[in-house]
Write a protein that binds this ligand. Structure first.
Ligand SMILES: CC(=O)SCCNC(=O)CCNC(=O)[C@H](O)C(C)(C)COP(=O)(O)OP(=O)(O)OC[C@H]1O[C@@H](n2cnc3c(N)ncnc32)[C@H](O)[C@@H]1OP(=O)(O)O
Length: 505
């Protein structure tokens, strides 16, 4: 089959921002716009809806200033409305050059929301397109609720497309606005439309209400769609939009005839950044970008990986700038533990390995989470060995928290036989503890790893709801690593996790 290149339009900054509770700041929008176009290399980005707010106007201005200077201006798009040119005026002020005009793609929406006839609607659209042309603004047209339009008012959709394909527009954007399509219907609708209008560019815009968005993307492409609208982490209203990372992997692995320019190895980085900006967590099992999707948990799978990579599929983590991990817990066998020991550069004999495996299974049975960085402690505990010699001891501390005063900590700590005492204030007790620790390490002429993630949980079913687990992810120049602490007091559990970190760096 002849290869063809399609366009990927990322709409994280417009439709993705329609995720409930999510709002990007202007500087976050600019950072992401640059990353999406320059590093990830999507073809186009939709960055805002016109008319939304003053802040949004400034955000788009910042993006268009940068894009114009760097030659990306024709790749920056703004959603506009059929509003007698009000949106166009907004676009002019914002310096944007491509509008994605929102029109009605089903008779139902046209009749009940706009309360217009098709003729009135088409005439108003024509005026907007003409005005845009005069202003040097290029037009793409969204047919909102197109999928239901195809089901319930096909004559209207074709009457509309007959009209639109005669207009000076660049692309027609076909959204499954309510995420109601199945993959078979998506394919059939696209086939029918592309056969009828072979010279028009059609994008597919999928939503994920039935978790079918990626399947729908595949069928739209197989039927000849020329472009896709996707969002990072599948963000968007309700169940979200078709997720960028999954769609890219599916295209690369299952549709060899389709070519795209997106750089797979940057997908994870962008996903993490969007999650950090929005606070919109990525489920651990989200394909490609979730924390656990390259983690083997079962002992038999880890064993098979050591014997000719028997449990690998084509989704190799390295493609996405990630690494395979081997979880430790109840379902681990010795193969999981061996894999983790290899990474730590440790070796155990068969008998030692058996004992350590038994302890990890025992901990897993109690629903405790065990990480690779806990291994040295478990080994020294089980084998009574000095494999992990503790060199830093948090000897004592006083934590204060009083109304009207800043929390403070006095800390006594032993580092390789030398004792230090320091005190410091902070925004909370743990922050004060870290500040005191920083003072100690400064005296030692050393820095501390950066704290990049801090999670607190009550271990489920731990039979002691008084216990609290703090899991901290740290970052040095060389690596990210995680330590955990368990205690009935939340701050103390965080201090225990910190003491482990101090013994690992
Ligand atoms: C593809 C999609 O995801 S659709 C979502 C598009 N994006 C958004 O709605 C987010 C940005 N929207 C906004 O900030 C606001 O809704 C605005 C500024 C556009 C309008 O705000 P308001 O004037 O307060 O109106 P409201 O938010 O209630 O929207 C309803 C009005 O929009 C009209 N409308 C609906 N679709 C369209 C359209 N495609 N073109 C023009 N007007 C439209 C409705 O008929 C209604 O008008 P009416 O009040 O005269 O009956």
């Amino acid at each position: 089959m002849k290869a063809r290149t399609i366009e990927i339009m990322d709409t994280t900054l417009r439709d993705g921002e329609q995720t409930s509770g999510v709002s990007f700041s202007a500087s976050e929008k600019l950072t992401l716009a640059k990353l999406l176009l320059e590093e990830l290399k999507v073809d186009r980005i939709e960055v805002a809806s016109a008319r939304v707010s003053e802040g949004e106007l400034q955000a788009v201005k910042n993006i268009t200033d940068w894009a114009a200077a760097e030659g990306y201006i024709s790749k920056v798009e703004v959603l506009t409305f059929v509003d007698k040119g009000v949106s166009l005026k907004w676009m002019q002020e914002a310096g944007a050059k491509v509008q994605n005009l929102l029109t009605k793609g089903s008779l139902n929406h046209l009749t009940h929301q706009l309360k217009k006839t098709p003729e009135q609607h088409f005439s108003e659209i024509q005026s907007v397109i003409e005005k845009a042309k005069e202003l040097g603004i290029e037009t793409n047209v969204y047919l909102e609720d197109w999928s239901n339009g195809m089901r319930n008012s096909k004559d209207y959709v074709f009457q509309f497309l007959d009209f639109l394909t005669q207009q000076p527009i660049k692309r027609v954007l076909l959204p499954d606005t309510l995420g109601v399509l199945t993959h078979t219907e998506t394919g059939a609708f696209f086939k029918e439309i592309i056969k009828r209008y072979p010279n028009t560019h059609f994008d597919f815009h999928g939503h994920n209400d039935y978790d079918l968005s990626v399947a729908n993307v595949m069928e739209a492409l197989k039927a000849g769609a020329h472009g896709l609208h996707l969002t990072v982490n599948g963000m968007g209203e309700r169940a979200g939009n078709a997720p960028l990372a999954s769609a890219v992997a599916v295209i690369n692995d299952f549709l060899p005839e389709i070519k795209i320019g997106v750089k797979e190895s940057s997908l994870y980085k962008v996903s993490k950044l969007v999650s950090a900006f929005t606070g919109f967590g990525i489920p651990d099992n989200k394909p490609i970008v979730g924390d656990n999707v390259f983690t083997q948990t079962a002992g038999i799978h880890a064993d098979g990986d050591s014997k000719k990579n028997l449990y690998f599929n084509d989704l190799l983590p390295e493609r996405f700038g990630r690494k395979r991990k081997y979880a430790l817990g109840k379902t681990s066998g010795k193969a999981n533990i061996q894999k983790n020991l290899q990474e730590l550069g440790l070796t155990l004999n068969d008998d030692e390995l058996k004992k350590v495996t038994e302890r990890i299974i025992e901990l897993g049975d109690k629903k405790e989470r065990v990480t690779k960085d806990d291994l040295p402690y478990i080994i020294s505990d089980v084998l009574d060995s000095d494999l992990h010699q503790q060199k830093v001891f948090v000897k004592s501390y006083v934590l204060t928290h009083s109304k009207g005063l800043k929390p403070s900590t006095t800390l006594s700590i032993e580092i390789e036989g030398k004792t230090y005492e320091e005190n410091a204030q902070g925004d909370g007790q743990f922050d004060a503890f870290i500040n005191a620790l920083k003072k100690v390490y400064k005296k030692e002429g050393r820095g501390l790893p950066k704290l990049v993630d801090y999670a607190v949980r009550i271990p489920p079913g731990s039979n002691s709801d008084a216990l609290c687990e703090t899991i901290i992810t740290w970052q040095t120049k060389e690596k990210d690593f995680t330590t955990r602490g368990l205690d009935s007091d939340q701050t103390v559990s965080a201090i225990k996790a910190t003491e482990k970190m101090l013994n690992l760096v």
